[in-house]
Write a protein that binds this ligand. Structure first.
Ligand code: MN
Ligand code: MN
Length: 315
């Protein structure tokens, strides 16, 4: 057994008890000696349709109590080699989106002053812009694997430039990402104009629309993206609405005809070897998730992301 932090076993303490940390890992107050810091960003004031993602981190943590440490299917044993802890939630200002965005960015600067990989539980997708600002201050422009039903490249929403639908246009404008190393996977649905997607393709973004991916394994696509990114620092942002609402109904802006849970697993598992410097899982809205399946799926996808971080050992 590793001397690193371990999730509490369901054979030692009933799964329905214990701390509400991710996988019932220890809660850490400091970042010294951590390889991976899991944190919540409980915010939904950047959304345009249904709210509720402020409850996302709490519910993802709750459903994560079911997950066991060893990945039987890939052989990954993340807690053998990585020191992982839950560092709690960021103290966002629920009355101010702009103030929350500033708080997230400054909090990430502080987190990234340590040699740690931050894994964020959202929260709506607007959290990813301030995260990328801090990530780029540390690592320079990064490659971006963006799994989503939506491209999130609007210019403004109600005159607001920082919302969950404008993140990746701002990230492109601000030079936070390497445009030709941006991969948007699972896009679909209705739009406002035929140019909704083509403009960002002109910046260099590579788009993989859901209908092109229907009925196919995503293992090859994931492996091609991993090779194309090479050793560059990469950020993975996972919007749960990339999945079909049949799998993930509990989200703010659902779109039919989405990816399946097996496709999500194939995609993430194929990213093994990528130089991931941070990731997030966003847009889980528990009030629209009566079965808990969306949060359960999100918790497992976060676990799968842990399983492909740099330095994970395999048995
Ligand atoms: Mn999104
Ligand atoms: Mn989306």
């Amino acid at each position: 057994m590793s001397d690193r932090n371990q999730p509490i076993s369901g054979n030692d303490l009933a799964r329905f008890s214990g701390p509400n940390t991710f996988m019932r890992l220890p809660q850490a107050n400091g970042l010294d000696d951590l390889d991976v810091a899991i944190l919540g960003v409980p915010m939904d004031i950047g959304t345009s349709w249904r709210s509720g993602t402020r409850f996302g981190p709490k519910q993802i943590r709750s459903e994560s109590a079911m997950i066991r440490p060893y990945n039987l299917q890939t052989g990954a044993a993340p807690f053998d080699s990585l020191q992982v802890a839950d560092i709690g939630d960021l103290a966002i200002n629920t009355f101010s989106l702009s103030e929350s965005i500033r708080i997230i960015s400054e909090s990430y600067d502080q987190i990234l002053s340590h040699d740690v990989i931050p894994v964020a539980l959202g929260g709506d997708h607007s959290i990813t812009l301030p995260i990328l600002r801090a990530i780029a201050r540390k690592h320079g422009p990064v490659a971006l694997v963006h799994v989503d039903a939506h491209a999130d490249v609007n210019d403004e929403m109600f005159g607001m430039r920082e919302t969950h639908g404008t993140v990746f246009r701002r990230a492109w404008e601000e030079g936070l990402i390497i445009p030709e190393k941006v991969y948007q996977i699972g896009l679909r649905g209705t739009g406002y104009a035929a140019t909704d997607f083509t403009e960002a393709q002109g910046w260099g973004f590579q788009m993989f629309l859901a209908p092109e991916l229907w009925h196919k394994s995503l293992s090859n696509l994931g492996a091609e993206i991993r090779r194309d990114i090479g050793d560059r620092p990469a950020y993975v942002t996972y919007d749960i609405d990339s999945l079909d609402p049949a799998y993930a109904p509990g989200t703010g802006t659902p779109e039919i005809g989405g990816l399946t849970t097996p496709q999500a697993l194939e995609l993430i598992r194929a990213l093994r070897g990528l130089n991931i410097v941070g990731c997030d899982l966003v847009e889980v809205s528990p009030p629209y998730d009566p079965s808990g399946n969306t949060a359960l799926t999100a918790a497992n996808l976060v676990y799968e992301l842990l399983c492909v971080l740099p330095g994970v050992s395999y048995r």
